[in-house]
Design a protein around this ligand. Structure first.
Ligand code: PEP
Ligand code: MG
Length: 583
């Protein structure tokens, strides 16, 4: 009898499961290495190109079956395969260094993966495993090797590392949980794993060596822990938690496609945050009132170079069409600080978060900005487009951005006189100066969305990505509560819409706090929608108002949190079934 072992990791998807484990491992491919004579070089290059062609064909043909996030990931992989720099590096290795094709592919892709892994930006770092994945796919083609099929395996998948293409070897219905050692929470592997809708834990160090096929394990995705070989007592505990978890999920999902409203019928707009990697527009449209934030930087980050006007136009048209006339807020490029592009170096700055980023960067790189605006305005004919500028510090920025939009519109209309451009122009309120000037801004703009992630960072002078002062990042700081309230009032006076699209909007207690301060438009990750709708439905408007008054009187974050906890404790927000007739 093996000893019970607890391994702590990070939560990728919540939930609880107890089941047998099956192990998944990549087979190490032995790459043959030999010198190629000058006259054989072209033959090797042809072999490499036909392997590339076969991988490409497989990817493009499977694209039709994929939807949403997975099809976007596949598109990103196709872009890597098409990368002309890697292609010429491989050809150079064959022609100049006399490498055979497999060795050249192996070397060029490994170097590219290492370069990505050495990046500071966590997003770019995580692209490294996509590149390794493609390296393996190409080598398998070149060496005529087939991957093992795991379609018959059932239970919890345990692995050292999973690449995006590994998931094709699995049967979705048979996987009850996923636990791996890799710790990149926003990697493509994590995104696909999450789409399995089972508990997923990453960063469970040592698990692949500790567990054997058929061992019993419990995954607690809520806590980020894996328990190997649980004792009878622990196993019973996790079976109960698994049952409770299933019930909770079923109940929350009842709310998913409902309109969001309080007990007494006050309506809320629940919108979804999108990025190009994250698309299942039909589903997202069905459970939301539109897109509250489309982060266009993903489109730029996913490419091997700056996306051209056509690429952007089709991405924007797709989301506008996908949301069938519901409002779609597309934010112009927000790069800088924690969001970098692999192929493009931004000017070095001592404090990048306070530097020439987002709208500041776009305003001084007009060509880049114009390309994006041309794509947006052309796409505006396909839906209800709201264009939003990030990092606005006051009216000057907004006026300058608006002037550029109008110039681009005139240019387009000169080119295509019949072109219909219909859009609204708004701002992110994420810099305290903009919040302080909310009355003036509300007068000029069509709408605003409060970015609580950055507003917290700038208001409290603490880095949003952590660091030594991480504890000072207080999303419920009373100063933030007051600032949100001030912005809400300014926009209410002008009768202009204002929502929140930062992380706070997607947390049940955050949504309640924002609702109590008068926010009626919340935009969030799709996985948060059911929980927020379910939570809001438990409250009366008068209760929210009274709570808001108390939050505005609070003197510390602790007080705000305890007011919220008290308000939430009275509700069983995770378990209550909607009452009959409730919409
Ligand atoms: C924010 O700052 O709150 C926001 C939604 O934008 P991002 O997280 O992309 O900076
Ligand atoms: Mg922001």
């Amino acid at each position: 009898m093996q000893k019970e072992t607890v391994i702590n990791g990070i939560t990728i998807a919540p939930g609880v499961v107890i089941d047998e484990v099956f192990l998944f491992a990549h087979e190490e491919l032995e790459v043959p290495q030999y010198m190629v004579k000058a006259e054989e070089a072209e033959q090797e290059i042809t072999a490499y190109h036909s392997a590339l062609e076969r991988v490409m064909q497989e990817m493009t043909s499977s694209l039709a079956e994929l939807k949403g996030e997975e099809s976007e990931i596949m598109n990103a992989h196709i872009m890597i395969l098409n990368d002309s720099e890697i292609d010429s590096q491989i050809q150079d290795y064959i022609r100049m260094e006399q490498y055979n094709a497999a060795k050249a592919v192996d070397a060029a892709y490994r170097e590219f993966a290492e370069l990505m892994a050495s990046m500071d930006d966590p997003y770019l770092k995580q692209r490294s495993s996509d590149i390794q994945d493609i390296r393996l796919l190409l080598l398998e083609q070149l060496l005529h090797r087939k991957r093992k099929d795991f379609k018959r395996m059932r239970g919890i998948l345990g692995a050292n590392e999973l690449f995006p293409s590994d998931f094709k070897q699995l049967c979705r219905e048979a996987v009850t949980g996923i636990v791996t050692e890799q710790d990149e929470a926003t990697s493509h592997a994590a995104i696909i794993a999450r789409s399995f809708d089972v508990p997923v834990i990453f960063g469970a160090k040592g698990i692949s060596a500790m567990v054997q096929n058929g061992d019993l394990a419990a995954l607690d995705g809520n806590q980020g822990t894996a328990i190997l070989n649980p004792t009878a007592g622990t196993a019973a505990k996790y079976r109960n938690l698994q049952d409770a978890d299933r019930k909770k999920k079923e109940i929350r999902n009842v709310y998913l496609r409902r309109n969001c409203q309080t007990k007494d019928g006050a309506k809320f707009a629940i919108e979804v945050n999108e990025g190009t990697m994250d698309v299942n527009y039909t589903d997202d449209c069905a459970c939301s009132d539109g897109v509250g934030l489309f982060r266009t930087e993903f489109l730029y980050m996913e490419s091997a170079r700056l996306p051209d006007e056509e690429t952007q136009f089709s991405a924007y048209r797709e989301v506008l069409q996908g949301f069938r006339g519901k409002p779609v807020i597309i934010r112009t490029l927000d790069i800088g600080a924690d969001k970098q592009l692999p192929y493009f170096s931004l000017p070095e700055e001592a404090n990048p978060a306070l530097g020439k980023r987002a709208i500041r960067y776009c305003l001084s790189n007009k060509e880049l900005f114009r390309t994006q605006l041309r794509a947006l305005l052309r796409a505006s004919a396909y839906g209800d487009l709201w264009i939003m500028f990030p990092m606005i510090s006051g009216v000057e920025d907004y006026r300058a951005a608006k002037k550029t939009v109008i110039a681009v519109q005139e240019e387009l209309q000169r080119e295509v006189p019949e072109l219909q451009c219909r859009f609204k122009l708004g701002i992110m309120v994420e810099i305290p100066s903009a919040a302080m000037m909310a009355d003036t801004l509300a007068h000029e703009v069509d709408f605003a969305s409060i970015g609580t992630n950055d507003l917290t960072q700038y208001l409290e002078a603490v880095d949003r990505v952590g660091g030594s002062a991480g504890d000072y990042y207080r999303p419920f700081h009373p100063a933030l509560m007051r600032m949100v309230h001030q912005v809400v009032q300014a926009f209410a006076r002008e009768r202009k819409p204002v929502g929140v699209c930062g992380e706070l909007a997607g947390k049940p207690d955050g949504a309640v706090a924002l609702a109590s301060l008068g926010i009626r438009q919340l935009s969030m990750d799709r996985t948060s929608i059911a929980g927020v709708k379910c939570t809001i439905a438990q409250f009366e408007t008068s209760e929210l108002q009274a709570l808001g008054d108390r939050l505005l009187q609070a003197s510390s974050e602790e007080e705000v949190r305890s007011e919220l906890e008290a308000a939430m404790a009275k509700k069983r927000t995770d378990l209550r079934m909607p009452i009959k007739g409730e919409r």
